[in-house]
Design a protein. Sequence first.
Length: 100
Amino acid sequence: MKNISAIIFIFSVILLSVFPVSALGDNSMPFINANGSSFQQNKTNNKVKSSSQAARLVKSRIGGKVLKVNGDGRSYRVKIIKNNGHIINVTVDAKSGRIR
């Protein structure tokens, strides 16, 4: 009986060391590749993934200098000053990349 308990314990330790348990607080799911390495798949398929990417997108389409960027992952508000001095506030939709 002690041998069976020891075998189960050793098997559990090996199993937990090969497949670590982690808690994910975002919209990601852990996956294990065939070679044993793990990666995470993000469920969101956003075209714009960061505030810096939103700023580059607005600057390339409108021109001028980026003053400020605020965002929550779903949309980004970009404040830009044009070469003529006009200040423009635009919203970038993260999912589509559309500028409003």
